[in-house]
Design a protein around this ligand. Structure first.
Ligand SMILES: *Cc1c(COP(=O)(O)O)cnc(C)c1O
Length: 450
C-alpha cells in the first residue's frame, strides 16, 4: 500500500470501531509544537495572562472560602489536589517500568464539590460574586473579601440568581458555592443525573429542576430561562470562558507540584496527560494552561466513553461542523455520568485544534475494572467518569494507532523517561452504597476477564 492508502485504511478502521462503540484512538494531525503565546476561540483571544488572572481571583477569595466552608479551613481556602505517585498501579495497567512512570492528579479528592468542577465552577461563581460585590460597594478592589461573609452582604447577593444546566457534578459545584455566598441557585439536571446529587443540592436550598432529556436539553432549558431574567447569571458549560480559565489555573499549581517531585518536562522527559472529557471545557482548560506553560513536550489526550465520544467526532469533523454522537449511531448512554455529553463545546474544540495530541474512547466495563484497580493498588476512591484516563497508556503502547503516534511524535524514543499523568476527576462525595455498587461491578468484570 502507498502511504495515502495506509492512512485511508487506518481512517476507515477508526470510523468502523467508533461506530461500533469499540475503544479507539484518534490522534490530531493539526497539533502544533509551538502554538504561540495567545490563542483565538469563538472570536476571543486568550493567553496565560488570563489563566493567571483566574488564579489571582481564586487567591483573593481564599480567606472568604476558608470561613464559609469548614472543609477548607485547613488549606486556608485553597482548593487543590495532590499529585500522587502511582507506581503501585502500573502492573495492573500493564505499564512496564521501561515505559515510563505513572502519576495521578487527584482531583477526585477536591473539597467542596468532590470533582474537577470545583475548579471551573467555583471560579465562575466567584467572578460573578466579585462583579456584584464591587458594583454594590460590598468590597473594595484588592480589599478583604471576607466582608462578604455578613448577613447584609448575603442579602445583597441574594437578589441575584445563579443558574446552570448539568449532568450532575457541575450543578453540584455551582449550586453549593452559589448558595454558600447567598445567591439564589437553580440547577437544571439532565435525566442521567444521580438522585444523591439532587438530594444534596436540595438540602442546601438549591432549586433543582429535573429534565427528561439529555445534557444538551438541560443546558438549553437553563439558558432560555436565564435569558429572560436580567438578575440571573447563567453558567454556560458549552460556551463559558470563565469556566475554562478556572480549570486552566490548575496548570500553575501542577507546574509547582512537578518541580517539587523532581519531574522534569523536556524533550528527553515528555509528560503525557490523560484527561476525562465530557463537553470538553475542563480538559481543554487544563490542556490550554499546560501547553502554554510547559511547552511542546506536554502531550494531552482526552478520554471519553465509547457511547459518548463527542469530542472525538468534533475533532474529526473539523471546524464549521457540529456533529453529535447520535449522528454516529451511538446512544450517549454510559455509567460515566460526568461524561455523558452528546455534542462538544465549540469553544473547547476550537481552542484544542493546535494544542491537543489526541482523543481515545473506553468501554464502561473497563471504567469499573480500573476503578477497582485504583482502589486495590492505591486505596483511592474514584467514580466511573474519573477512571476514563487509565486506558491511555495502553492505548499508546498497545495499539497500532498508538505505536504510530509514539513513533511520529518522537515520544517513543524516550518512553522510558516519560511521565504518564492520569487526571482522576471525581469521587469524594459519592455515597458509600453507590461506591460499593461500583466496586462490585468492577470485581465482576475483572473476574470475567481471567
Ligand atoms: C464534568 C466532568 C468531567 C469533564 O469535564 P467537561 O468540562 O464536561 O469536559 C470529567 N470528569 C468528571 C467526574 C466530571 O464531572
Amino acid at each position: 500500500m502507498t502511504p495515502a492508502e495506509t492512512t485511508a485504511a487506518a481512517d476507515a478502521l477508526l470510523a468502523s470501531r467508533l461506530r461500533n462503540a469499540q475503544p479507539v484512538l484518534w490522534t490530531n494531525p493539526a497539533r502544533q509544537a509551538q502554538p504561540g503565546p495567545a490563542l483565538q476561540a469563538r472570536g476571543t483571544t486568550i493567553s496565560l495572562d488570563d489563566t493567571k488572572a483566574a488564579a489571582g481571583r481564586l487567591a483573593r477569595f481564599a480567606g472568604l472560602l476558608a470561613e464559609v466552608f469548614p472543609e477548607l479551613a485547613a488549606s486556608g481556602g485553597v482548593v487543590e489536589s495532590p499529585l500522587l505517585n502511582a507506581a503501585a498501579l502500573q502492573p495492573a495497567l500493564g505499564l512496564a517500568a521501561g515505559q515510563g512512570r505513572l502519576f495521578i492528579k487527584a482531583d477526585h479528592s477536591l473539597p467542596v464539590a468532590g470533582s474537577i468542577k470545583a475548579r471551573g465552577g467555583m471560579h465562575e461563581v466567584l467572578e460573578f460574586a466579585e462583579q456584584c460585590a464591587l458594583r454594590h460597594g460590598l468590597v473594595q478592589p484588592r480589599g478583604d473579601y471576607r466582608a462578604l461573609n455578613t448577613p447584609e452582604a448575603r442579602a445583597v447577593l441574594g437578589r441575584y440568581q445563579v443558574a446552570v444546566g448539568s449532568t450532575g457534578n457541575l450543578g453540584l459545584s455551582i449550586g453549593v458555592v452559589a448558595s454558600a455566598l447567598g445567591f439564589q441557585a437553580t440547577v437544571h439536571m439532565s435525566a442521567d443525573a444521580k438522585e444523591w446529587k439532587k438530594d444534596r443540592l436540595r438540602q442546601r436550598g438549591v432549586q433543582v429542576v429535573e429534565h427528561a432529556g439529555d445534557y444538551e436539553r438541560a443546558v438549553a432549558a437553563g439558558r432560555a430561562e436565564a435569558a429572560a431574567d436580567p438578575q440571573c447569571h447563567f453558567v454556560d458549560d458549552e460556551q463559558s470562558f470563565s469556566l475554562l480559565l478556572g480549570y486552566s489555573a490548575a496548570a500553575l499549581h501542577l507546574q509547582r507540584q512537578l518541580a517539587k517531585q523532581g519531574v522534569a518536562v523536556d524533550a528527553e522527559h515528555p509528560l503525557i496527560v490523560y484527561l476525562p472529557c465530557g463537553v470538553g471545557g475542563a480538559p481543554a482548560g487544563i490542556t490550554f494552561g499546560l501547553r502554554l506553560l510547559l511547552g511542546p513536550h506536554v502531550h494531552c489526550f482526552f478520554a471519553e466513553p465509547v457511547q459518548s465520544p463527542c469530542f472525538m467526532v468534533q475533532m474529526m469533523a473539523g471546524q464549521g461542523e457540529h456533529p453529535s454522537v447520535y449522528d454516529w449511531g451511538l446512544t450517549n448512554r454510559t455509567e460515566a455520568d460526568g461524561l455523558a455529553v452528546p455534542r462538544a463545546s465549540l469553544l473547547a474544540a476550537e481552542l484544542m485544534w493546535p494544542l491537543l495530541s489526541g482523543v481515545f474512547t473506553v468501554a464502561d466495563d473497563t471504567l469499573f475494572a480500573q476503578l477497582v484497580q485504583v482502589l486495590d493498588a492505591l486505596g483511592e476512591r474514584i467514580e466511573p467518569s474519573a477512571a476514563a484516563g487509565f486506558s491511555g497508556p495502553a492505548m499508546l503502547t498497545g495499539t497500532t494507532a498508538g505505536q504510530a503516534w509514539l513513533h511520529r511524535s518522537g515520544v517513543g524514543a524516550v518512553l522510558p523517561q516519560a511521565t504518564h499523568l492520569v487526571w482522576t476527576t471525581g469521587g469524594l462525595l459519592v455515597p458509600d452504597a453507590q461506591y460499593q455498587g461500583f466496586v462490585q461491578r468492577g470485581r465482576a468484570v475483572i473476574a470475567a476477564q481471567v
